[in-house]
Design a protein around this ligand. Structure first.
Ligand code: NAP
Length: 311
């Protein structure tokens, strides 16, 4: 039976990535009673990054996990509370927001949605069946399983190229399969990948099927230029074809854009008074740890202003 917590927080933050943790720091320092709810690992997506090189203040880079933990420690120092649970819905009740979670219900005057995004599926036959049997969305987690083996990486963005480079530490060869002939990734990452002897590229190529019965054996490929089909033997396939926002539980509450992002105003307010959104969950142009952290500060100031106006 779900328990209801007999307390109203000033702010509940949903999501413990850089956006949620920065919002938590600012809210806690504003002396707002604040609860952050995270369903997975504190730090969110960034906790899977082996080395974050573009977060200011760390000239030698910092492990994504450590960065998330440090942000958490900093916010907790000022009084941020944290709950490990999954949010399944939000209801509005007499101006307050009731957050329904797998660990009971929590009530707040204001809510900050900072649940981030999750990896897209490629959507080809074999992907679901072979998940955890050679199909992976996390090179940091699963890369060491492919020591001296040939693996494919699907995608051409920052994630595909960065994780492809990481995989060269374990794999004998990493083949990046990209649907165009030009990478989307940052230029520095491209330079590193092109200079890496263990990385090969298959351009203008899409995956039609992931082959294998009990484990990945290969890929069935198609050239988008010629239509020619071929088979590539690999033991693992790491899929990095973009992200989608974690907004399933918000569909009945807010209007979302076609991709599921939450539209926000200048102060990151949503269409519902007292509900704000920050980071990768919202409709915006840049999706970096630093921009998420910036969102977190802005959104916390907006929430503080909103609560002040309610008094
Ligand atoms: P992304 O930038 O959206 O790139 C997705 C890649 O997958 C693109 O190259 C895209 O091809 C390809 N793709 C999409 N759908 C596909 C499909 N159905 N079949 C085959 N290929 C497909 O995603 P991301 O690389 O995960 O990055 C997400 C965000 O996080 C970005 O804003 C990125 O800058 C940021 N990020 C930053 C860092 C860093 O700063 N170090 C690291 C990781 C991620 P097209 O190019 O043809 O569209």
């Amino acid at each position: 039976m779900s328990k209801a917590v007999d307390r109203t927080y000033d702010v509940i933050i949903i999501g413990g990535g850089p956006a949620g943790l920065s919002a938590g720091l600012y809210c806690a320092r504003a002396r707002l009673s604040t609860l952050l709810i995270e369903k997975g690992v504190i730090g969110g997506q960034i906790s899977n990054a082996e080395l974050v090189e573009n977060y200011p203040g760390f000239p030698d880079g910092i492990s994504g996990y450590e960065l998330g933990q440090a942000m958490h420690r900093q916010a907790k120092k000022y009084g941020l509370e944290t709950l490990s649970a999954e949010v399944v819905g939000i209801e509005l009740a007499q101006g307050k927001k009731v957050i329904k979670t797998t660990e009971g219900e929590y009530v707040a005057k204001a809510v900050i949605l900072a649940g981030g995004a999750e990896p897209n599926r490629l959507g080809v036959p074999g992907e679901e069946k072979l998940l955890g049997k050679g199909v992976s969305y996390c090179a940091t987690c699963d890369g060491p399983l492919f020591k001296d083996q040939v693996v494919a990486v699907i995608g051409g963005g920052d994630s595909a190229v960065e994780e492809g480079i990481l995989l060269t530490r374990f794999a004998s060869k990493v083949i990046i399969v990209h649907r165009r002939h030009q990478l989307r990734a940052a230029k520095l990452l491209q330079e590193r990948a092109f200079a890496n002897q263990k990385i090969e590229f298959l351009w203008d190529t899409v995956v039609e099927e992931i082959l294998g019965d009990v484990k990945v054996k290969g890929l069935s490929l198609r050239s988008v230029k010629t239509g020619d089909r071929s088979t590539l033997e690999v033991s693992g396939v790491f899929i990095y074809v973009g992200l989608h926002p974690s907004t399933d539980y918000l569909k009945d509450l807010l209007s979302l854009d076609a991709e599921g992002h939450v539209p926000t105003g200048e102060g990151m307010e949503t269409e519902i008074a007292g509900i704000f959104a920050a980071g990768d969950i919202r409709k915006k142009a840049a999706r970096q740890a630093i921009t998420a952290a910036g969102d977190g500060a802005t959104v916390a100031l907006s929430a503080e202003r909103f609560l002040g106006e309610q008094e």
